[in-house]
Design a binder for this molecule. Structure first.
Ligand code: PFF
Length: 454
């Protein structure tokens, strides 16, 4: 998303683009299903806690690197490493972010393709179809899934190839509010029609027995993923930020909007899950099955709201997808001096193969386990969201906290309050790296090797 002059035209552009990036499948598909899989309550509370304590500070650090380093994620880190007399190897933070972004793009396109497919199915009306059968049929076909994700991937690649400035801003100006309103309407529907008390109890009650390293790791991973942290996106967007826009204020707005959408998506979906006696632990299929059941139940109204929901979700996924592709495309284009279009083509080809592997995880390689992980799709998701993101987040924290401390000024950050500025640096220096690495180690031991200490 490159502004023509390498800078957004106004302050709103960053806010809209960054919110467009943050709000996506992670909020409406990912958050509810992960909350369900992890038993609700504790996961949701940990997620909110991590958004504030680690998500916001690391978000600000990543935008800060972009705004100061003024280049693609790898060069931005290299520029800052040079000016702070640090080793060039810090660029590993940028490279790992790009690797994570490619893996995410690979599986993200597949879910987005499924969403578009559901948009068309719901246009025709779900009628008497059994939602479980619809889902099973749709994911069973390797070629059909490949068709839908290719459409989405190529579309996003073309947009990134052209380089968007005004387009994304005007699109987000209309579509984001529409999505917000629709999610709120669905919360209203859930409150009237569904079982809201059970949903509230499920989502917000403290469940001490679920306290384990896997849940904690999933909550941090979800917080980072949903905020688009750790993949270079925020560095790229930060580098286009106008000079007079401050990092802290913009970050607080985007983080609040993103978390709000996730929580409301939970409040829209879980009342229906309990009302229709669906399984909250259904996993990646949860949102598809729940919403299909609800739209079918709504009758004629559902035939209108259903496609609207899926197409708006597809648009939200689209704005996130272009932000996922942007860092690697600018990187390839700058590093190898090729046009953005050529760079986008190369990246789309790489993602296409990753998506094929991911699709196979739904059908032909459904039962192919990778270590402790269920299938190639789950493995890619785990590697990106829970494994790499936390490492990149640690790298960003340490780099800004320890190496760039002297370059931090309140003009860029907007944190005039000295206490808050120092608190932010303290979190980046100590709290974030220590807790992220501990969570990462214990979480991986539990999930990958079945070793748990509590
Ligand atoms: N935050 C997006 C979502 O919640 O769907 C996904 C995402 C976008 C992740 C951009 C990473 C990224 F760089």
């Amino acid at each position: 998303m490159q502004a023509k002059s390498n800078q957004w035209n106004n302050n709103l552009a960053f806010l809209l683009a960054a919110t467009g990036s943050a709000v996506g499948l992670g909020n409406i598909w990912g958050f509810p299903y992960k909350a369900g899989e992890n038993g609700g309550g504790l996961f949701v509370l940990l997620y909110m806690f991590f958004v504030v304590v680690l998500g916001l500070p690391v978000f600000m650090a990543e935008v800060f690197i972009g705004k100061k380093g003024k280049a693609n994620p790898v060069s931005a880190v290299e520029n800052l490493a040079k000016s702070s007399n640090s080793s060039r190897s810090w660029n590993l933070v940028g490279y790992s972010g790009i690797l994570a972004s490619l893996l995410i793009a690979g599986y993200y396109a597949v879910i987005a393709g499924l969403v578009i497919n559901y948009g068309f199915i719901s246009l025709a009306g779900f009628g008497e179809l059994d939602p479980a059968v619809v889902y099973a049929t749709e994911v069973s076909s390797f070629w059909e899934m490949t068709f839908w994700f290719s459409l989405f991937l190529v579309g996003s690649g073309i947009v990134v190839g052209f380089g968007i400035d005004k387009g994304i801003e005007s699109a987000m100006r209309i579509l984001l509010p529409m999505l917000f309103v629709l999610v709120l309407l669905l919360v209203g529907y859930g409150a009237i029609k569904g079982d809201m008390p059970s949903a509230l109890n499920y989502l917000f009650s403290w469940k001490a027995d679920q306290f384990n390293a896997g849940t904690i790791q999933a909550a941090v991973g979800q917080a980072f993923f949903s905020l688009s942290i750790g993949m270079g996106t925020l560095m790229a967007f930060g580098s286009y930020m106008p000079k007079n826009q401050t990092v802290s204020k913009a970050s607080v707005i985007v983080v609040t909007a993103d978390t709000g959408v996730a929580l409301f998506a939970g409040l829209a979906i879980f009342p229906l899950v309990f009302f229709f006696a669906l399984d909250p632990t259904a996993g990646t299929e949860l949102v598809f099955k729940t919403m299909t059941t609800a739209f079918a139940e709504m009758g004629t109204l559902g035939q209108f709201i259903g496609p609207l929901f899926y197409f708006l979700l597809a648009v939200a996924a689209f704005s996130s997808m272009i932000s996922i592709l942007e860092p690697s495309v600018v990187f390839v284009s700058e590093k190898f001096s090729v046009s953005r279009f050529k760079a986008a083509f190369i990246i789309v080809v790489v993602c296409f193969f990753l998506s094929l592997v991911s699709v196979a995880g739904f059908n032909v390689w459904k039962d192919v386990t990778i270590g402790a992980l269920d299938n190639p799709f789950e493995a890619m998701k785990y590697l990106a969201d829970d494994f790499l993101l936390l490492l990149v987040g640690t790298g960003i924290s340490v780099f800004v906290g320890w190496r760039l401390e002297n370059t931090i000024n309140s003009d860029v950050m907007g944190l005039e309050n000295k206490f808050l500025l120092n608190l932010w640096v303290f979190v980046l220096k100590w709290v974030s790296p220590i807790s992220l690495l501990t969570i990462w180690t214990l979480g991986n031991l539990q999930i990958l090797f079945g070793i748990s200490f509590f």
